[in-house]
Design a protein around this ligand. Structure first.
Ligand SMILES: O=C(O)CCC(=O)C(=O)O
Length: 239
């Protein structure tokens, strides 16, 4: 449900946990520049079929989660880590083409607050159980001609929540229910934003970042350039 009037009530960062637990994900916005969070209805970055409306609360995008200065700082660290690596076109499980990646746990001091914010959102994204972000953060550098095929992250390596910061470029994420073709969600992952995926969306929907030929959001072509994502996943649930 979307409130008629957008209430701009500012919370200190420590209230983020409370906010995520008491409001649907689609009503949360994080202001990286002020360090405050504001609950807003921001449906403009999501498009979904009527049938997927019942599930869409499991996916949200928080605009401007990082500032351009924070992006630059993150990229200094990431460039250093990925230096000399070529883009690969043969992913171990065939899901990604045109990428370079690393699992990173050591960040420079200037990037530590952003990584902490990212993990804080991941830890707070579900209400009915305790989830713990993995220590390592996944950095995925996707070339301009790179793309991610539809897949569901393996439950062996990832738990209930996936949160990713999008750097350098806008892109489109396509989410598709594995069993019901009429349930789809398209998300505009705007540069500097954070997406949060949880629950039924994480487990039952495939997610993909298409090639530029198929990168369309609400009828408009979105041309992805080189895009880097910084992703926090929660620990796998072992039964
Ligand atoms: O780059 C992203 O945000 C998504 C990455 C992804 O789908 C994956 O690593 O499984």
């Amino acid at each position: 449900m979307i409130p008629n009037v957008i209430r701009r009530v500012e919370f200190q960062y420590c209230k983020l946990h409370f906010l995520l637990r008491t409001r649907p994900l689609s009503h949360v916005m994080y202001s990286g520049s002020t360090g405050l969070v504001t609950p807003v209805a921001d449906p403009s970055l999501l498009d979904c079929s009527r049938a997927a409306a019942q599930d869409v609360d499991g996916f949200a995008i928080i605009s401007n989660f990082v500032s351009s200065e924070e992006e630059e700082q993150l990229m200094v660290d990431i460039r250093r880590t990925l230096r000399g690596r070529k883009y690969l076109y043969d992913h171990w499980d065939g899901a990604i083409e045109g990428y370079s990646e690393t699992e990173k746990s050591n960040w420079s001091e200037s990037n530590t607050p952003v990584i902490q914010r990212l993990k804080a959102v991941a830890a707070a994204a579900v209400t009915d159980k305790v989830v713990v972000p993995l220590e390592q953060v996944h950095v995925l550098d996707l070339a301009e001609d790179g793309h991610i095929k539809p897949h569901v992250d393996s439950v062996k390596f990832c738990g209930e929540v996936i949160c990713g910061i999008s750097l350098l470029s806008d892109s489109v994420m396509q989410l598709q229910h594995e069993e019901y073709p009429d349930r789809w969600i398209h998300a505009l992952l705007s540069r500097f934003s954070l997406y949060i995926m949880r629950g039924v969306i994480r487990y039952k929907y495939t997610h993909a970042i298409p090639t530029n030929e198929n990168s369309v959001f609400k009828g408009e072509r979105i041309t992805k350039q080189r895009r880097v994502s910084v992703i926090s996943r929660t620990q796998p649930v072992h039964s």
